[in-house]
Design a protein. Structure first.
Length: 349
């Protein structure tokens, strides 16, 4: 059996790795010069606990399983990461109630060691935060995504996956005959993990109704060491988790991301006013020095709409002729990636 995985982000990499033991030959095709050039490396690099997602949803189930597998892989392959923990801050009485609901949802989803603490206890963990209460998630963490993607490429080659970069899919025929910028290839099983462009691949396969709409997330950086772990607000919408503070593996702290509906899937120009990101950060860290903030980078969330309606869960759809489509694999896709791969493999078995 020949398997072709379209899309060399972190999810596509794990799917290709999972399929090696079940197939005679596995190809991973990626249109860019490097793996993970888009959504996989243009984010906060957070390993999520599994708190936010609707009970019973794919996001909830696969985030939890994926987190266990992710930490295991990171340890085994010595990929830089830290289980630094997360504080979600409540700044008002209303948000305290929302935090209690979030804790209950997280516990129902199976997230371990969640603790609702007061502002004094929160400051023992992060001395510069100001809040009425906080939800502490010690299982949350960070990974160096550049190192992660390099390690995944080495691992794929070691296990026998044929990685073909600078290979854009142009058409897909009835018998899974792919015409690409680097020639033709025929697959018994075709897995669409094309992220921002997964709707285009689905349409090539005759799967209609899905549209990936990019929602830009812009970041600023600061070299001021304001936090040691993850600091988040109570989420205010289904479009994002709010402007948060994320340590990196260098000297910077990330501030962001914002949420802007984009017009182009690969538009990475920062468009959010600096004041918006500053306001979000200083609501949680009032003494943050805005003079030390400077533009960072931008990413795009692959939000999936079906016939004009936003879908809030991962969409994993099996089509005839050995085709599986993964659409709307946004956060917590990075955390869920190894579990998503297991899920897809079970659909094929």
């Amino acid at each position: 059996m020949v398997v072709v995985v379209i899309g060399g982000g972190i999810v596509g990499c794990f799917v290709a790795r999972e399929m090696v033991t079940r197939s005679e030959e596995v190809f991973l095709v990626e249109k860019e010069k490097a793996l993970g050039e888009h959504t996989s490396t243009r984010n906060s690099g957070v390993i999520h606990g599994g708190i936010y997602y609707a009970y019973g949803s794919l996001k909830a189930k696969l985030c939890l399983r994926g987190r266990y597998l992710t930490y295991e892989i990171l340890r085994d392959h010595k990929i830089p990461h830290r289980k630094c923990g997360k504080l979600i801050l409540a700044l008002s009485e209303k948000e305290v109630e929302e935090l209690e609901d979030l804790r209950d949802l997280g516990e129902r989803n199976g997230v371990e060691n969640l603790e609702l603490i007061d502002g004094t206890e929160a400051r023992k963990i992060e001395p510069r935060v100001r809040c009425m209460a906080a939800l502490h998630s010690p299982e949350s963490g960070l990974v160096d995504m550049a190192s992660y993607m390099r390690a995944m490429e080495r691992l794929l080659k070691r296990v026998g996956v044929t990685v073909v970069k600078e290979c854009e899919v142009l058409t897909i025929g009835d018998k899974n005959l792919l015409r690409t910028t680097r020639g033709e290839i025929e697959a018994d099983v075709l897995i669409n993990a094309a992220g921002l462009h997964s709707d285009t691949i689905a349409e090539m396969c005759g799967l209609e109704g899905y549209e990936i709409v990019p929602y830009k997330g812009d970041y600023y950086n600061t070299t001021e060491r304001v936090v040691e772990g993850l600091v988040y607000p109570v989420p205010g919408s289904t479009l994002g988790l709010g402007i948060h503070l994320t340590p990196t593996f260098g000297e910077e702290i990330l501030i962001g991301p914002s949420v802007l509906r984009g017009s182009e899937k690969e538009d990475y120009e920062i468009r959010t006013p600096r004041e918006e990101l500053e306001q979000g950060a200083r609501a949680m860290i009032p003494d943050l020095d805005p003079q030390r903030m400077y533009p960072g980078f931008s990413g795009n969330r692959p939000k999936v709409f079906y016939r004009g309606e936003l879908q809030t869960d991962f969409i994993i759809e099996k089509q005839g002729r050995g085709r599986i489509h993964l659409l709307g694999i946004e956060s917590p896709g990075l955390t869920a990636a190894p579990a998503l791969a297991e899920y897809v493999a079970e659909m094929i078995a």
